[in-house]
Design a protein around this ligand. Structure first.
Ligand code: ADP
Length: 167
């Protein structure tokens, strides 16, 4: 039997921290489905097609990884994918409370589904999609934190401000 897992998230955009989790999960499971959440009530910086394209590019070195979008309940997506394992990444203790609640809610909705947590590498423990966008916005260097395709798209979306000299 094929052991399949789903790694769900917003990935707005995917960072090296997400890639690390996907690599570790892909080395354990036969197949990993990266589920990109299309949440119409949450405004994302990148639309669903852009986020899927960035994920596909960033994970193309992993032959057993598929990227798919989903809407609505994760447990419905899991059932449609015939998958019983959810992968989530853990950074600091602060992630734990939210992730714990989410895991228990999903268990309530679908008792057959199990959530597996993968601990991040220390060097990614401070990385989040939101923080990289903030740092980039204020001109900080994020090249080591995201894959090249994401860096390029961030630069296209938010071109560096032209610094005006004295008139
Ligand atoms: P959410 O959809 O909950 O806002 P994200 O889409 O940013 O979360 O991330 C999806 C999953 O990846 C979550 O389990 C999150 O904890 C994990 N994750 C995000 N950034 C990192 C990181 N730097 N290291 C490890 N895991 C991470």
């Amino acid at each position: 039997m094929i052991q399949r897992a789903v790694y769900p998230g917003s990935f707005d955009p995917i960072t090296n921290g997400h890639i690390y989790i996907a690599e570790r999960a892909a080395s354990i499971f036969d197949e990993l489905v990266v589920g990109v959440l299309e949440n119409r009530s949450k405004t994302c910086t990148f639309n669903i097609d852009e986020r899927q394209a960035m994920n596909r590019e960033a994970l193309s070195h992993l032959p057993n990884v598929r990227v798919k979008s989903f809407e609505g309940l994760l447990v419905d997506f899991m059932r449609a994918e015939q998958c019983r394992v959810i992968i989530r990444g853990l950074r600091a203790l602060s992630d734990f409370e939210y992730e714990f609640q989410l895991a228990l809610m999903n268990r309530q909705l679908a008792p057959e589904i199990e959530t597996f947590f993968i601990v991040t590498d220390a060097k990614y423990s401070y990385l989040s999609s939101r923080s990289i966008k903030e740092v980039f916005h204020f001109g900080g260097s994020i090249q080591d934190m995201v894959p090249p395709g994401v860096y390029r798209r961030l630069r296209e979306r938010f071109p560096p401000k032209t610094i005006k000299g004295p008139q």
